[in-house]
Ligand binder design. Structure first.
Ligand code: EPU
Length: 417
């Protein structure tokens, strides 16, 4: 099994390009189910999660494959099955996003319940509440969610919690429903906005995405569309955090910096010099860093997907910091691994209290989920000696060639088979 070996303490410097957004790409791929004809997505990251979604689309009967280094081509017209099997959904929770599109196209869908995962219970009640508001009947049957309707019609409802994939699932279904749907307390993440733009290209009528109230006027049919996937704001933030933890100077390119504001604000508060233009950002450390209070929240708040990374940085900053996780109930699996590297962290409920140490120490550690592994790699970049990150398949779910990118910035990092 692959592992990543890092010899720490190299200062990162230089420029690097951010890959396309994993979470946008996955939603757009699910949306392709709605279209008659071909969808072409460019700037798609080469990731295990993207492969898993391609596999699922093929299992449904779609033509779905890479048509270039970072381009996928999907033709949903040949979809013959509305059932997403356990083996495929279990691999990746985002697979559950095919539920809304399948229901809208076929009037019925059967998708395995995704279950919990390392970062929390992650229920699907809000997805189902939204689809019910559109007239779907829901049945839970032996680990599967079965939805059906004789007529999908527009509805008005409010989510009880802000949910990204829940909002996306319902937006997709509502695009082919009869009449108008209003979603209140909608998630405002950039990936929701990007899906709305893409649905618009397919012929849908969606407005208000990016606010907490989205209106969708259903249309009779949608077509395939072409789209360039935006840069990945979490990869971008991770690379800037790598610059911060190594007290370096890194410029990232191909990223809409307006999607990074809360991350950039925190990095500025940390004491780093942060500059940004429309499609780039630069972080430079030229003085001591300050401890921070960080609380994760739905967009535009500080992203939960950047929590492990900022914690790694704060573990190396003198003084007391507190990182509070408010989005997922169990997203601190990286803490014991950071402790193995000498970090001084005490957990109390949803808060991690840190006292920065002078130096982290390299150690063998285990990745438990995607963003935790990113945090461990960052910690390894700053640590004295060698850090060996095991179970790197987690990182391959969401970061394309991370070790090559970091190496191009001066990190001593390699993958071992
Ligand atoms: N929730 C419910 N009921 C639901 C849905 C969600 O209670 O029906 C709760 C969740 O348990 C959680 C909160 O709502 O406590 C927010 O979860 P959300 O639904 O927004 O998460 P998601 O849509 O399943 C996406 C990303 C995650 C990211 C979260 C939050 C994708 C494929 N995944 O998940 O990305 O952490 O939004 O921003 O878009 C990652 O990339 O590493 C990752 C986990």
């Amino acid at each position: 099994m692959d592992r990543i070996v890092i010899r720490g303490e190299a200062r990162l410097e230089g420029e690097v390009q951010v890959s396309g957004s994993k979470n946008s790409a996955l939603a757009l791929m699910a949306a392709s189910i709605l279209g008659q004809g071909e969808t072409r997505l460019r700037n798609v990251p080469r990731l295990r999660d993207v492969e898993a979604m391609l596999e699922l689309l093929r299992a449904l009967g779609a033509k779905a494959d890479w048509s270039g280094a970072h381009q996928v081509c999907i033709d949903g017209s040949t979809i013959s099955s509305a059932e997403a099997p356990y083996d495929l959904v279990r691999k990746m929770r985002a697979s559950f996003m095919v539920l809304g599109p399948l229901l809208a196209r076929f009037g019925t869908a059967r998708v395995s319940e995704p279950g919990g995962c390392a970062i929390g219970v992650r229920p699907i009640d809000q997805h189902l509440k939204g689809l019910e508001a559109l007239g779907a009947k829901i049945r839970l049957d032996h680990g599967y969610v079965e939805v059906s309707t004789t007529e999908l019609r527009g509805g008005r409802f409010a989510f009880d919690v802000s949910t990204v994939n829940g909002t996306q699932n319902v937006m997709m279904a509502a695009s082919l429903a009869d009449g108008e749907t209003i979603i209140e307390n909608a998630a405002q993440e950039p990936e929701v906005v990007e899906l709305a733009e893409f649905l618009g290209r397919m012929g849908a009528d969606v407005s208000g995405a990016g606010s907490d109230r989205i209106r969708i006027r259903g249309v009779a049919s949608l077509r395939g569309a072409a789209h360039q996937v935006s840069g990945d704001r979490i990869e971008a933030g991770t690379l800037l955090a790598a610059a911060a933890i190594t007290r370096g100077d890194v410029t990232i390119r191909q990223i809409d910096s307006s999607t990074l504001e809360s991350t950039l604000d925190k990095l500025r508060e940390l004491g780093a010099v942060v500059e940004a233009g429309p499609d780039w950002a630069r972080l430079k450390v030229d003085g001591p860093l300050q401890p921070l209070q960080v609380v994760t929240a739905p967009f535009p708040g500080y992203p939960t997907d950047m929590q492990a990374q900022i914690m790694a940085v704060l573990a190396t900053v003198e003084g007391s910091s507190v990182v509070t996780e408010r989005v997922f109930e169990n997203r601190f699996m990286h803490v014991p691994e950071f402790q193995r590297m000498g970090a001084d962290i005490t957990l109390s409920g949803r808060a991690a209290h840190l006292r920065g140490v002078d130096r982290l120490m390299g150690a063998p550690v285990m990745a438990t989920d995607l963003r935790a592994s990113a945090g461990l790699i960052l910690a390894g970049l700053a640590a004295r000696g060698d850090t060996i990150v095991n179970r790197v398949y987690h990182i391959d779910r969401g970061y394309e060639r991370i070790e090559e990118k970091l190496r191009s910035l001066g990190a001593e990092i390699r993958r071992e088979g």
